[in-house]
Design a protein around this ligand. Sequence first.
Ligand SMILES: Nc1ncnc2c1ncn2[C@@H]1O[C@H](COP(=O)(O)OP(=O)(O)OP(=O)(O)O)[C@@H](O)[C@H]1O
Ligand SMILES: [Mg+2]
Length: 71
Amino acid sequence: MGVKFAFFDLNPKESAKELFGREGELDELVHLIKARRWVAVLGPRMVGKTSLIKAANTRLDEMATAIAKYT
Ligand SMILES: Nc1ncnc2c1ncn2[C@@H]1O[C@H](COP(=O)(O)OP(=O)(O)OP(=O)(O)O)[C@@H](O)[C@H]1O
Ligand SMILES: [Mg+2]
């Protein structure tokens, strides 16, 4: 468990709906992972690297579940 404040959460986000303005990066990351490419997510401290990766993981999990459900 990380530190939590009333109005500000320092923990990385876990899903696309919590992420602000990263739809393009999220689509690109998911696409590259599905294509089995090696990807490095680089950027300054606290810019949202971990959040982006966690959101991509969540989306890939959801896709895997969807594929399992509909095939
Ligand atoms: N696109 C975003 N929308 C909403 N909140 C965000 C976004 N990007 C980052 N945050 C918030 O900013 C903070 C830092 O995010 P995160 O931990 O993902 O960054 P990081 O680049 O991995 O940081 P570090 O360099 O410390 O590893 C967290 O509170 C996270 O929820
Ligand atoms: Mg991080």
